[in-house]
Design a protein around this ligand. Structure first.
Ligand code: OGA
Ligand code: NI
Length: 361
């Protein structure tokens, strides 16, 4: 028996959400080659980069965000050995006994760490996770109460084993932060905004990294590794191993499409905050993870989130009389603590979502 325990009814998806036995793995999710920018600290101000190739890249990123909300990048500048090292320590961590892993378990107070009972839309996911903050500590809102302006801190919890776990995670984080800020520059340019338009929101960022471990599942036809969802931050940068299982819901026909593992590529997806910032020019894509009965799978998402005090609303530069705002402003930190809290209570109502702030057409 694995660390998730017996397969029981808490894992079973409603009929309409169960995976189909042979989902297509259509090519068509855009693959973008970042080599024109990957060796520079920032996109625009480097004199060696050719402005025409940056304009071309921004265009590719823009159309991928518009049409899919999902794309993969290669030649992204994150050294392969950084990624191999974090994958190796993650595998070693999850291979330990449940008792060892629970030494860094997450609870209502300690938000970061190990967890094996996550639910997505009230159905349990077939996975184990380990979360850590990009900033340590992460500065957050103390409560969901809109009148409470106290702050709180989430501290990372690091396991004693394997050795070098913390250093390896922190090194990986530094490289992925560089990559994601370059992607934000390309996205800003693709919207006709100054390259650094979004940078101000990431001082005191509340971004997190998650190590996802999906053990072999006895009933992969009934359960999911992660149920269908949209990521609620700005942008996600995901490393997946060679097993595959991530599926994206295609906009044109609602089909679930497998994202084929590409060696050394990162998968990028638009989150809900980007959808609000761009006033729905770039929409977050629904996705999920299917599991299998034979092979374990590892994935590492980096969730880019702004500072907790960020008021999320459509960016003014994109709003005019013909393009009125589609969302009322909301405070990210309040939204975030409501979401975190809901991990520990079974909800009878829908969780908070950006639709709650949508202005009717
Ligand atoms: C997630 C997620 C995808 C994957 O953790 O939000 O969508 O491939 N993960 O593990
Ligand atoms: Ni996700």
């Amino acid at each position: 028996m694995g660390d998730l325990g017996e397969f029981d009814s808490s894992f079973i998806q409603a009929l309409e959400h169960r995976p189909k036995p042979n989902a297509s793995e259509a090519q068509g999710i855009p693959l973008i080659d970042l080599s024109p920018i990957s060796y520079h600290e920032d996109v625009e101000t480097n004199s060696e980069t050719d402005p025409a190739s940056i304009g071309e890249l921004a265009k590719q990123v823009g159309s991928a965000c518009r049409n899919w909300g999902f794309f993969q990048v290669i030649n992204h500048g994150v050294p392969l050995d950084r990624r191999q090292r974090i994958e190796a320590v993650a595998r070693e961590f999850f291979a330990q006994s449940l008792e060892e892993k629970r030494k860094v378990r997450r609870d209502e107070v300690k938000i970061m760490g190990y967890y094996d009972k996550e639910h997505t839309k009230n159905v349990r996911d077939w996975k184990e996770v380990f979360d850590f903050g990009v900033e340590d500590p992460t500065l957050v809102a103390a409560s969901p109460d809109p009148d409470d302006d106290r702050v709180a801190y989430w501290n990372n919890q690091w396991p004693e084993y394997p050795p070098m776990f913390r250093e390896t995670c922190e090194e990986y984080t530094r490289d992925v932060v560089k990559l994601v800020m370059k992607l934000m520059e390309l996205i800003a340019l693709s919207l006709g905004l100054p390259a650094k338009r979004f940078h101000e929101y990431f001082k005191d960022q509340t971004s997190t990294i998650r190590l996802n471990y999906y053990p072999p599942c006895p009933s992969p036809d009934l359960a999911l590794g992660v149920g269908r969802h949209r990521d609620n931050g700005v942008l996600t940068v995901l490393a997946q191993d060679e097993i595959g299982g991530l599926q994206v819901k295609r906009r044109t026909d609602g089909e679930w499409i497998g994202v084929k593992p590409t060696p050394d590529a990162f998968i990028i997806n638009v989150g809900d905050i980007m959808q609000v910032w761009t006033n729905e020019a770039y929409r977050s894509a629904e996705h999920r993870v299917v599991v299998n009965s034979v092979k374990e799978r590892l994935s590492i998402p980096f969730f880019l989130n702004p500072a907790h005090y960020t008021e999320v609303k459509p960016v003014e530069d994109l709003i005019d009389e013909e393009h009125p705002p589609k969302y009322r402003p909301y405070i990210w930190g309040k939204f975030q603590v409501i979401r975190k809290r809901s991990n520990f209570i079974k909800l009878n109502v829908n969780n908070i979502q950006i639709d709650d702030f949508r202005i009717a057409d």
